[in-house]
Write a protein that binds this ligand. Structure first.
Ligand code: ADP
Ligand code: MG
Length: 287
């Protein structure tokens, strides 16, 4: 594309709330075959709420929730906010914690009232050799969070996050352009599949550890061709940098924005559709 057509395209995209930080991305986006989305905060609002508490053994809901919320108080993960908010709604007093440690892609650990607490994904419990009881009647559609105290499962919690209102239409529009639409997420398989199904996304990579999103982008490129990746989190930065075109949500972390070629200012999924349209129009005008 000529410098002038790039300038015109960049200006038109900006009017639509899409900032091209690099002119090369305007050209690159027209040639992608795949667009992969992070889930939480990208396809969903990223503000989950607590939907379920099922205490195990002698635990009560409130006894489990006060410990979970105390441990999450220092975390800025969206799941943490949901759990802290859930405890606040019940007016629970939170105990002191010490030795808090984030376990990226897994959850958290800490000491509370002299007991060793683990909180996070089922795979954290598996890794630590903690047996998980069956949850009768659970559909698996929400994101599971397990609480373990001194090596024993104490409660099953679940959080759920609303899909962005324009996500379904945006996915359909990208598919109508002939693109393969994929999801790459650290969340558990069942909730990831449940959201993908609602959006018409068939290619889902779930339970991807933060360091592995980049590898997932490479694999998509090897199989299908040039890849765009859209995300919002700190853990999306390597995948944003790896992708042929990285698109960050303007509502996301600064680290994601810095790693991206394109910023979708409002955080709407339609930003990806607009970006792709402007890119294709820019290239076809000059041919
Ligand atoms: P994503 O944002 O794609 O879900 P993350 O790597 O941030 O990916 O998290 C992966 C999974 O690790 C989460 O779905 C959750 O199960 C678990 N996890 C991470 N941080 C926390 C936390 N603070 N509290 C509970 N679970 C967590
Ligand atoms: Mg995210």
């Amino acid at each position: 594309a000529t410098p002038t057509s790039i300038m015109v395209g960049t200006g038109r995209a900006a009017e639509l709330g899409v900032l091209f930080r690099r002119g090369t991305a305007l050209e690159g986006l027209a040639g992608i075959r795949v667009i992969a989305f992070d889930k939480t905060g990208t396809l969903t609002e990223g503000r989950p709420s607590l939907t379920t508490i099922r205490p195990a053994g002698d635990w009560t809901e409130d006894a489990a929730l006060r410990i979970a919320a105390a441990v999450e108080r220092g975390s800025d993960h969206p799941i943490a906010k949901a759990i802290v908010e859930g405890a606040a709604q019940r007016g629970l007093d939170l105990p002191q914690t010490s030795d808090e440690q984030a376990l990226p892609g897994y959850g958290l650990q800490a000491m509370v009232e002299g007991r060793r607490i683990l909180l996070g994904a089922p795979r954290l419990m598996t890794r630590e050799g903690i047996a998980l009881p069956e949850i009768p009647g659970d559909t698996g559609a929400d994101t599971p969070v397990w609480l373990a105290v001194d090596g024993q499962a104490a409660a099953y919690l679940a959080v759920a996050d609303a899909i962005k209102p324009d996500a379904s239409r945006a996915v359909a529009a990208l598919q109508a352009e002939g693109l393969e639409v994929a999801m790459i997420t650290g969340d558990a398989r069942a909730p990831a599949e449940a959201i993908a199904r609602k959006l018409g996304i068939t290619h889902v990579e779930a339970e991807v550890l933060p360091g592995d999103k980049q590898e997932a982008v490479k694999r998509l490129r090897d199989r299908l061709g040039p890849v765009a990746f859209a995300g919002d989190g700190i853990n999306d930065a390597p995948a944003l940098a790896e992708a042929d075109v990285g698109l960050a949500m303007g509502t996301g972390t600064d680290i994601a924005v810095e790693a991206a070629d394109v910023v979708m200012v409002s955080g709407a999924v339609a930003g990806a559709v607009n970006a792709h349209h402007v890119s294709k129009a820019t290239l076809s005008n000059i041919r």
